[in-house]
Every structure is written in C-alpha cells, then in structure tokens.
Design a protein around this ligand. Sequence first.
Ligand code: SF4
Ligand code: SF4
Length: 260
Amino acid sequence: MAAPAKQTLAVWKFASCDGCQLSLLDCEDELLMLGERLHIAQFLEASSATVEGPYDVSIVEGSITTAHDAERIQEVRRCSRALITIGACATAGGIQALRNFADVADFTSIVYASPDYISALGSSTPISAHVPVDFELNGCPINKGQLLEVIGAHLAGRRPHVRPHSVCVECKRRGTVCVMVAHGTPCLGPVTHAGCGAICPAYDRGCYGCFGPMETPNTPALSSQLAALGSSEVDLVRIYRTFNANAEAFRTASEAHEQR
Ligand code: SF4
Ligand code: SF4
C-alpha cells in the first residue's frame, strides 16, 4: 500500500523570543519521525529553504505588535488550511503585552535614543484577535510533549488531548508538598494551566503562571488566599501581570486590584 501523502507544515514568527520554535526543534528524534508524515515547507528558524504555500498546517509563534504584522498574519491565515498558535505571546500577547496597561510612548522615550524610528502599535495582541485560530497551545515556552500531541492529533484528524486542569493537579500527581500551604509562599498554581509538570513547586517556589489561565480559573478565591497570606493590592496586580498579563482571566484579576 502506498504511503499517505505528506502534509505541508509552515512555522511563522511574530513578536516573540523564539523559545517556542526551539521547543519544536528540541523534539529531536520525534521531529525525524514527524518528517515521515510532514514536509516542513517553511521554518526560517531551522532552514532558509522555503516552499511556497498554501500549507496544510501553520504553527504561529508571537504576538501582533506592529501594523506590518497585523497585515502579515492575514496573509498567513489565507495560505493555511489549519492554524495553530503556540506560546504565551501568540495565545495571550506575551510579556510585551505589559504595554497594554501603559502608554507605549512612555517606554520608547526611555528605552531608545531616537524613539521616532520606532513604529509599534500601542498594544500587543494574540493571534486570535486578528484571525480565526484552530487550536491554542499555552506555555512560556510550550511543553514539547503537548506540541507533539497537537501535531499528531492534527495528522490523525482528531481533537488534541491537552488537559485543561491546573498546575495543582500536576503538583499532587508528583507528590510535591504544597508551598502555599506548607510555607505560605504565593503560588498561581490553582489558576494556571497544566503542562509543565509543576516544576516550580518541586523546587520550593511558587508558580508564577507561565502557562496562562486554566479552563475555569477561580482568581477571586486565589486572590483572597494570597491577601490572607500578606499580599498587598499592588502585589496582587503584579502577580497576575507577567507573561500572560493580557490573558482575559489574569487581566481581569489584575485590573480588579488596580481599581481598589
Ligand atoms: S504548590 Fe502551588 S501548584 Fe502546588 S498544590 Fe500548592 S498551590 Fe497548587
Ligand atoms: S511558573 Fe508555573 S506553569 Fe510555569 S514552569 Fe513554573 S510551575 Fe510551571
């Protein structure tokens, strides 16, 4: 029986640090196996050789921060049958979305000698704010096992099994003592999407939410607990404003404490 035709894959970068694309390269042996089912047609992080679209599936890293990128993502969507976004930047706007809570001109005037040369939008927004997205994979950076699951599910034509529960579940599964209960350490694990294997609590530190909000995060309950442990209103604003500051649940939680 003839082998099934390979699907074409394109990988695109917008405003980001490239860490999630590196997670794909980090797949190593599995990447070779994927090569039997996928033709990597566009992946500038790995090769300057490109093949023109349309592509069966596009993986997009990074957020939209310039007018040029706002146009480019439309073109990527047009040439992609399926579009998957990876990482905190592409799914929530990334750390660069801190500009959404300030005036970007205040930053450029301090950082750059000639801010007039900077052409950037006043906000950093996820890809889904601009084009339809078929699947979003959280993480900063993403977990390569979850990425392989998402790509494998696409090839098999099924829904990816990426569980939406919290980091606390992973923490319990590995038998880690809860740093919040045992030591009063602030931890975003109860509202953060699983995927990392609860690395930080395993090293005696709280989770700071790099995988973004879980499916049904109860941020008011967590904020009350953090306040009881001594976090001030300013602390609570800051704790939700890191890599996923613009994710709706974290943004809403931080704004609730900013207004008090
Ligand atoms: S340490 Fe954090 S992630 Fe682990 S159980 Fe406690 S609150 Fe949840
Ligand atoms: S910050 Fe939280 S989600 Fe990120 S690696 Fe640490 S425990 Fe995992």
